[in-house]
Ligand binder design. Structure first.
Ligand code: DC
Length: 225
């Protein structure tokens, strides 16, 4: 089975995806980490994202893989370097990843790899276009939402835990900007697939959310829904 999870920034998609992957013994692919890694690479190499040919050339030098660290956590490798922490906490990456993700050549490059990763099934992938573009035939599609304030608070807690100094207002502004770019871009904008199940988790605990989704998974697996 392929499980596609889409939704706005910081609405708990990856928490849910990791829980499900553990529960089902499936592979988890965080496609946001792939867009963040490309962004980091382009910034480090001073590639002008407004020049499509420069971006396209740079992509051929980028390899992104996932691995499991010694503490059991999944990490992202950019050309074999562990960039997991940097892609999450570097404010420059958060500041321009949505612009990078709007570049058609970048999307083509990553979508192809994502489809390859999922070709044998038993995978949970989260992002913005998984149920609409990457796996339009996924057996279960979820569209996760939560109020902007709840999302900003969750993201702030995460950043503070990682030692970053920022404010609720700054985080909320960054989320709103990313939501706007992600939903209005021309190439595969964030939208709910027609057959996706909407899940607003503003008032759900992680456990409640997991139980809700596991019920759906069991129904789909037994062919009931
Ligand atoms: O899920 P995230 O916050 O790590 O995603 C980072 C950015 O990448 C976000 O602005 C949207 C973009 N993205 C995308 O366009 N398509 C995906 N499948 C995943 C992420």
């Amino acid at each position: 089975m392929i499980i596609a999870i889409d939704g706005y920034s910081s609405c708990g998609k990856s928490t849910l995806a990791k829980q499900l992957a553990r529960e089902l013994n499936y592979r988890y692919v965080d496609t946001g980490a792939m867009y963040r890694s490309v962004t980091l690479y382009l910034q480090r190499n001073q590639i002008d994202i407004h020049h499509p040919d420069q971006v396209e050339r740079a992509l051929s030098d980028i390899s992104i893989r996932f691995d499991i660290a010694s503490d059991g956590q999944q990490i992202t490798l950019l050309n074999s370097e562990n960039v997991e922490n940097e892609i999450r906490v570097n404010p420059r990456v958060a500041g321009s990843v949505s612009d990078v993700a709007a570049i058609p050549a970048v999307r083509r490059f990553l979508v192809k790899q994502q489809q390859e990763m999922g070709k044998d099934g038993m995978i949970i992938m989260d992002g913005r276009d998984i149920g609409t573009v990457v796996f339009p035939h996924a057996e279960l599609k979820l569209f996760v939402t939560a109020s902007p304030e709840v999302r900003a608070q969750r993201r702030l807690d995460e950043l503070v835990e990682k030692g970053q100094h920022t404010t609720f207002e700054e985080v909320l502004a960054n989320l709103s900007k990313r939501d706007h770019i992600d939903t209005t871009r021309a190439d595969s904008p964030l939208m709910k697939a027609e057959d996706a199940i909407e899940l607003d988790n503003s008032n759900l605990t992680r456990q409640e959310q997991l139980e809700f989704v596991m019920k759906l998974v069991r129904e789909r697996a037994s062919g009931k829904a």
